[in-house]
Design a protein around this ligand. Sequence first.
Ligand SMILES: Cc1cc2nc3c(=O)[nH]c(=O)nc-3n(C[C@H](O)[C@H](O)[C@H](O)COP(=O)(O)OP(=O)(O)OC[C@H]3O[C@@H](n4cnc5c(N)ncnc54)[C@H](O)[C@@H]3O)c2cc1C
Length: 281
Amino acid sequence: MILKRDEPLAPRTSWKVGGRAEYFFIPERHEEVPQAMSYCRAKGLELRVLGGGTNLLVRDEGCPAVLSLEKFRHTDGYGPFARAEAGASFPAFVKKVADNACGGSEALAGIPGTVGGALVMNAGGHHGEIGEFVRRVKCVEPDGRIVTLDRDACGFRYRDSDLKHRVILSVDFEFTEGDRAVIRSRMREIVTKKRASQPLHGRSAGCVFRNPPGAAAGRLIDECGFKGARVGGAVVSTVHANFLMNEADASAGDLLALIHQVQNRVRESRGVDLELEIKVW
Ligand SMILES: Cc1cc2nc3c(=O)[nH]c(=O)nc-3n(C[C@H](O)[C@H](O)[C@H](O)COP(=O)(O)OP(=O)(O)OC[C@H]3O[C@@H](n4cnc5c(N)ncnc54)[C@H](O)[C@@H]3O)c2cc1C
């Protein structure tokens, strides 16, 4: 296991903000994950799991202990079946299963991050979510036991799951038998639509707020006149109001202040409490 001290976290997140991790663990074998957990438990340190950092706001103060699964990147597939370790790149995995003619994978195009992060967040969009294709998940329970869970035990729901207090190690998937050409063309369609409606090239963490029942968070923020609103280097995207951009060396504090301004304005003028989709460390 590799252990680093005072590791900067900003370069490891898509927003490129935030402080350092006092302890940064990089296990090289699955069995080392429970070891890192028990080390932190003994020292009274809260241990957090880092994926691709694409749905994450790390505070400027940083955090005590972080576990990175960057050494667990193996993927494999045969027909509609696939297996991926949690630290594998999610876009690369989706491309690989699409090349294997796995039907349903087209719905997962254009989502950055890792397989583990996608699972915890039940990542997806209008066309489908990752949880639909899961068969089994190998993970570490909070007490350190390595277990295998069936899909029904994962509690997949809108951008959430029951996996968040566990450490995901690897996942078995089952897609449907598809047609490679149809999958590729649907993927292109979905990515083209995303490019037209979302600011995919700046420094962001995707959608910051969950959509409230029956409404779109981005539309509510837009209707409150918040597109282009700014705190320091943090700006509400003018393309999609649910994306907050780090435009000019924003701090995590700038982003948090802008998040609170948006929440207050939407609550005052529309009576809706916007909940966070991103995780704040
Ligand atoms: C430009 C852009 C576009 C996006 N578009 C979409 C979209 O279309 N649909 C969508 O759903 N999301 C989207 N997102 C958000 C984000 O990409 C997804 O939520 C992604 O699945 C997060 O994965 P990650 O590996 O980066 O997780 P991280 O941000 O690193 O972590 C997210 C959460 O998962 C936990 N976690 C990560 N890995 C593990 C693990 N192995 N075990 C246990 N817990 C773990 C972390 O502790 C944290 O709580 C977008 C983001 C960006 C920047």
